[in-house]
Design a protein around this ligand. Structure first.
Ligand code: GRF
Length: 220
């Protein structure tokens, strides 16, 4: 990919991951920010004059039509990568299939542990010593797609869900742009249901203390 990869970011909320992706865009450019509600994070797109659109549920018959409109726009813009950054909806399988290998999500837990909501509370309740975040390709399940990379932190005895949420969010803001820059360079690719990392990427990840996964031959 000679030119910078074209990325669409889809959000629902405050957009702190969008902000970190905007600031770290070296090998990609964010061509549009889409949302399923009037999300505060859209302000970052407005400030930088990045095209944005809201697909509010109230404008559609049902959630299915809402997604049809949102992913219809994604199709039209034909991006290289589609980033879910706090998109609070389950993507219908027809779109996870259509955009397979391009659609990635960030989740605040060390998947496959703690998919779904309230991860920090559940980690504390379970007495876990370790927590973190995961970036994964999106499939038809909830936080089940092929894992790309993780970043972890220690859970201490005096942590609350707030302190933990803050620590994990800081990891997210480092991990997500790192992954998207590498997807943009095609140094991380999905081959079937396995990830292939370019030679040298494991060393780079180790320096950042990111976790990569068992993998294809290119990496062996
Ligand atoms: C993040 O914790 C992300 O892991 C989860 O939703 C949250 C979004 O936060 N999927 P923000 O909108 O990027 O600040």
């Amino acid at each position: 990919m000679g030119e910078r990869a074209r990325v669409i970011v889809i959000i629902s909320g405050r957009g702190s991951n969008l902000f970190s992706l905007l600031g770290a865009a070296r090998h990609y450019e964010i061509i549009a920010v889409l949302s399923n509600r009037s999300a505060p994070g859209l302000e970052f797109a407005h400030q930088l004059k990045i095209p944005s659109a809201i697909f509010a549920l109230s404008c559609y018959e049902n959630r299915s039509e809402q997604q049809a409109a949102l992913f219809g726009m994604v199709r039209e813009l034909d991006p290289d990568i589609v980033v879910l950054a706090g998109f609070m909806a389950v993507v219908e399988q027809q779109y996870t299939e259509e955009f397979a290998g391009k659609l990635v999500n960030i989740h605040p837990s060390l998947l496959p542990k703690y998919p779904g909501l309230d991860t920090h509370e559940r980690v504390l309740a379970a007495g876990e010593r370790e927590h973190g975040c995961s970036v994964h390709f999106v499939d038809g399940g909830i936080d089940t797609g092929t894992l790309i990379a993780q970043a972890s932190c220690t859970v201490s005895a005096d942590d609350t869900s707030e302190t933990l949420a803050q620590r994990v969010l800081e990891l997210e803001h480092r991990l997500f742009p790192w992954v998207v820059n590498h997807l943009a360079q095609k140094s991380i690719v999905l081959e079937g249901s396995r990830i292939a990392y370019a030679p040298g990427l494991r060393e780079e990840a180790a320096e950042e203390q990111f976790i990569l996964f068992p993998v294809a031959e290119a990496d062996a």
